[in-house]
Design a binder for this molecule. Structure first.
Ligand code: ZN
Length: 118
């Protein structure tokens, strides 16, 4: 019974996500693998590399302290986690919104004081 309920909850959650998808929008979630002048390559959880074009209209948001703050293309870096809302155009993906966050590991590594040997 418990098992069945969790399956139902999962299906419901999936349905909710699908219901919110609009038009021919594609969501790309993963880690930035490469940044080019007009595109980014994202490594997704299933190991695929997805190229998404950047447009002049692309909106950038950085997630920090549970808040989304406006950002710009130059703020992106390899290794950052991204959720891209893209639209499919001529067999290519074009980003309408890129939400990204700096991995905690990197943050800790850069802010931790250098260890000095006694
Ligand atoms: Zn979307």
């Amino acid at each position: 019974m418990k098992f069945r309920l969790s399956i139902l909850a999962l299906l419901l959650a999936l349905f909710t996500v699908t219901a919110f998808a609009h038009g021919n929008e594609v969501h790309v979630k993963g880690t930035i693998e490469k940044i080019n002048a007009d595109s980014v390559r994202v490594k997704t959880a299933d190991g695929k590399s997805v190229e998404v074009k950047l447009a002049a209209s692309t909106v950038y948001l950085v997630r920090s302290n549970n808040e989304d703050k406006p950002a710009k293309a130059a703020d992106l870096a390899v290794g950052y986690l991204v959720v891209i809302h893209a639209t499919s155009k001529d067999n290519a993906l074009e980003a309408s919104e890129i939400k990204f966050s700096v991995p905690i590991r990197t943050k800790a590594a850069t802010s931790a004081p250098a260890k000095v040997k006694p």
